[in-house]
Design a protein around this ligand. Structure first.
Ligand code: SAH
Ligand code: SF4
Length: 350
């Protein structure tokens, strides 16, 4: 593994101190930061307002990306592309680019694997390897932003819904958000980010204090503790009462509507009684429920709820005045479900 510094791991201020230690003048940091986050150059050689000898010194000491693309799949409609990317220690992650309704959204991984172990999730089933660094998270965005730049387009939205639990890697995730939000460079507005969490309560409470109106999605999947303990094992540590209270505080502090993700699994969490319980639990909250027929994953018997069941479930939520949508398996043909491409490859090489 390269021991060169990954520049995207540095905040603007850290970049400034690093260049200062190399004997560079104070304005150098802004030049380099702009090359990385505005011009999106992939190599130091392209930083043409730096001297050739400085470009050479920088490339000996540092790298601009941690990622090498290994495999790419595009959905039949051409709108979703998923990539398997290799990190500098040869671990792999998945990232997705979606182009819908005038938006270009990238879905990022925050960890290699995940320790939470939700039974329906391919990433959870593959176990936990390590946290990503902030630069490795940032690099996924820059990777797709460079592809879009060639077509005269840009990233408009970033969601942390790929592999891993972002709030179990809180510091790196937030540093990445702040780096991409920085007005000196990439300038992506705070409201363009959504962090999806399985419900790590201290992380949600900490996010509420950050002073950035980042979107929060909570993977609920069940309206009572007995069922949620099975589907989302971390519920035993952070039960629903604590989770919902943290969610309410988040919406009141950020004035942002929260999203609840609910993967509908046939015969497990799709009954009308559960829709009624969910309605009661969320009644009066500034929220939106995203109903997703569960994606099938190898080694797990769960099947997606039927269309009729989903419609009945929706009607019940409507009765409680809870806004909801059904997200129909986008990119199912490219195994866009969390962690599926990586699992397939691990199975092939293992
Ligand atoms: N760890 C975070 C973010 C990554 S998972 C979290 O759990 O929220 C992103 C989303 O994909 C979560 O809502 C998760 O529940 C969902 N997901 C994982 N496997 C799935 C599957 N097989 N079908 C449908 N949704 C799935
Ligand atoms: Fe981890 Fe999220 Fe998958 Fe659960 S759904 S195992 S928290 S990545």
């Amino acid at each position: 593994m390269s021991d060169r510094l990954l520049l995207t791991d540095l905040s603007f201020e850290e970049l400034q101190s690093w260049l200062d230690r190399l004997g560079e003048p104070p304005f150098r940091a802004q030049q380099v930061f702009s090359w990385i986050y505005s011009a999106l150059v992939p190599e130091f050689g392209a930083m043409t307002n730096l001297s050739v000898s400085l470009r050479h010194r920088l490339s000996e000491a540092a790298v601009l990306s941690s990622l090498s693309p290994l495999e790419q799949v595009t959905s039949a409609d051409g709108l979703t592309t998923k990539e398997l990317l290799q990190l500098r220690d040869d671990e792999t992650i998945e990232s997705v680019l979606m182009r819908y309704e005038g938006r270009q959204t990238t879905c990022l991984s925050s960890q290699v694997g995940c320790a939470v172990g939700c039974p329906f999730c391919a990433t959870g089933q593959s176990g936990f390897k390590r946290n990503l660094t902030s630069g490795e998270i940032v690099d996924q965005v820059l990777h797709f932003a460079r592809q879009l730049q060639e077509a005269g387009s840009t990233i408009t939205n970033v969601v942390l819904m790929g592999m891993g639990e972002p709030l179990a890697n809180y510091d790196a995730t937030w540093k990445a958000v702040r780096t991409l939000n920085n007005a000196r460079g990439f300038r992506l507005g705070a409201r363009r980010f959504t962090i999806s969490t399985v419900g790590i309560v201290p992380g949600i409470r900490k996010m509420a204090e950050e002073g950035l109106e980042v979107g929060l999605a909570v993977s609920l999947h069940a309206p009572n503790d007995a069922l949620r303990d099975q589907l989302v094992p971390v519920n035993r540590r952070y039960p629903l009462s604590e989770l919902i209270s943290a969610c309410r505080d988040y919406t009141s502090k950020t004035s942002r509507r929260l999203t609840f993700e609910y993967a509908l699994i046939q015969g497990v969490n799709d009954g009308l009684q559960l829709a009624h319980e969910l309605g009661t639990l969320l009644h009066g909250m500034l929220c939106h429920v995203n109903l997703i027929p569960v994606n099938r994953t190898p080694g797990c018997d769960y099947r997606p709820a039927s269309r009729d069941t989903i419609m009945a479930f929706r009607r019940e939520l409507n009765n409680y005045g809870i806004a909801n949508t059904v997200r129909l398996g986008r990119g199912v043909d490219i195994q866009a479900g969390c962690g599926q491409l990586r699992s397939r490859r691990l199975a092939q090489v293992g």
